[in-house]
Design a protein around this ligand. Structure first.
Ligand code: NAP
Length: 247
């Protein structure tokens, strides 16, 4: 295994928080495999930037909610080809609506991508990391998985589920020297929050003790720490990156 290149798989790496995570992990010397849903061109641009800065990166298109496709990806691209040092389950979507009006499909799709998708990647990564006897898994949850949020029953349920998945996987995989942690961002400036009106953004900022929305890099630094050698004795933890916005 030693001759294989230490690699981080970052789902949702084409933009936003995942892009910043990919860049931060590349600075730690990891080869980066970026996964996106449809914007392969954007993911390829992120990979090109990493390569231009002296790193190694490749981009792949994979719908993480398709567990058979996920299994095939890990089998064909990862197993015996790289040293799978890190998995970051960052891919996520929102389909907001109040419970009384929420469509079945909107509930299912958010759970399928945000929770089932993370489970599928975690399971496939764990099979490989268990053979390697090392690995770091970091799940990107959310402050609303801890606090709830009106209009986000599907999203907050998926993110709360990710915390349960993190703690359970931490217990199951510790014996194989695999740590599993979660990072729970607050409100971060990305495409996901760009849809909010200026008034809503100001209202959110007013609730944040540090007085501003977070940047993708704020989250990426926390992920980079959990992936670093110094975090080797931390597992089953949920690290909030929310500007002090505790629930
Ligand atoms: P974003 O800008 O909307 O980017 C979402 C990323 O996920 C994109 O790379 C997208 O790929 C990918 N993706 C979506 N569906 C996918 C699927 N089925 N399979 C594979 N990849 C998929 O989101 P973000 O704001 O950076 O958020 C990243 C993560 O942080 C999410 O899990 C989100 O829930 C969480 N988070 C965000 C905030 C925030 O305030 N922004 C706060 C707390 C937690 P394409 O580009 O190909 O569509």
């Amino acid at each position: 295994m030693n001759e294989l290149r230490p690699t981080a798989v970052v789902t949702g790496g084409s933009r936003g928080i995942g892009k910043a995570i990919a860049q931060a992990l590349a600075r730690q010397g990891l080869q980066i495999y970026l996964i996106c849903a449809s914007r392969l061109e954007a993911a390829n641009e992120v990979a090109s930037e990493i390569i231009a800065n002296g790193g190694q990166a490749s981009a792949f298109r994979l719908d993480v909610s398709d567990l058979a496709a996920t299994a095939a990806f890990f089998q064909e691209e990862i197993r015996d080809k790289v040293d799978l040092a890190v998995l970051v389950n960052n891919a996520g979507i929102t389909k907001d609506g109040l419970i009384l009006r929420m469509k079945d499909d909107d509930f299912d799709r958010v759970l399928n991508v945000n929770l089932r998708g993370a489970f599928g990647c975690l399971r496939e990564a764990a099979k490989i990391m268990a053979r390697q006897r090392h690995g770091r898994i970091i799940n990107i949850t959310s402050v609303v998985g801890q606090s709830g949020n009106a209009g986000q029953a599907n999203y907050s349920a998926a993110k709360a589920g990710l915390i349960g998945l993190t703690k359970t996987a931490a217990k199951e995989l510790a014996g194989r020297n695999i740590t599993v942690n979660a990072v729970a961002p607050g409100f971060i400036e990305t495409d996901m929050t760009a849809v909010l009106s200026e008034d809503t953004r100001k209202a959110f900022a007013a609730q944040i003790p540090l007085g501003r929305l977070g940047a993708p890099e704020d989250v990426a630094e926390a992920v980079a720490f959990l992936a670093s050698p110094g975090a080797g004795y931390i597992t089953g933890h949920v690290l909030a990156v929310n500007g002090g916005m505790y629930c």
